[in-house]
Design a protein around this ligand. Sequence first.
Ligand code: AP5
Length: 217
Amino acid sequence: MRLVFLGPPGAGKGTQAKKVAGEFGIPHISTGDLLRSEVDRGTALGQKASSYMSTGNLVPDEVVVAMIESRVLEQDCQPGYLLDGFPRTLPQARALDAAVQERPLGRAIYFEVEDAALIDRLVGRRTCRNCGMTYHGTNRPEKELGICDRCGEEVTQREDDREELVRNRLEVYRRETSPVISFYEDNGILSTVAAGASIDEVYGSVTRVLRGLGESS
Ligand code: AP5
């Protein structure tokens, strides 16, 4: 259960990661959520990350690598962990491999979705700034408009979910993150999930991969 979720912005990594982490009892480690929390708290790291995030570009490798290297070695990650949004570049993938060489990754799941669906999902996404729960205007609306079902706080659009920034994030993904898919394929730990289906159907595909992982290890 040492897992990486890979895929373009809007592929549903965060949505599925919350469900998997809850069901299998492992920490869900999202670099996007960690960085947004640093930005909200106005830390030095947050101030450094903010200008990259607000333009849809990647935060420098050394910043995110330092954050994750120590996190995956913490006690609560002993039974396993789920990395969402990391690694996103080849140097990040190589740094992670080196950090966890004694207990290597079990599986990298690639969420494959067409661009048109990604743009619709991101532009329609609403996020709770308090607990990180995500909603979508039509696919997964909150029960009471603008209020988080889970914690009752306000649900808003993420700054980088504006369409022009979404298009830049997709370009950055193609350029920087696509090579990471081949990296894990070459390592023999990649599984691809057709993530254009409904949330429940995608979850079914993900858990089938994970059960296979349990059976074979
Ligand atoms: P991050 O927060 O990681 O954003 P992202 O990868 O762009 O991914 P998203 O959160 O946008 O999408 P998701 O795949 O999680 O989709 P979700 O489940 O929410 O990163 C943000 C920024 O931080 C980056 O741009 C960068 O600046 C920085 N950063 C983060 N990590 C970094 C790193 N490693 N290195 C450098 N910089 C880094 O779903 C999207 C929407 O679709 C939701 O509304 C959801 O309800 C809906 N939905 C989900 N699944 C389905 C489905 N099956 N059918 C219909 N709707 C669905």
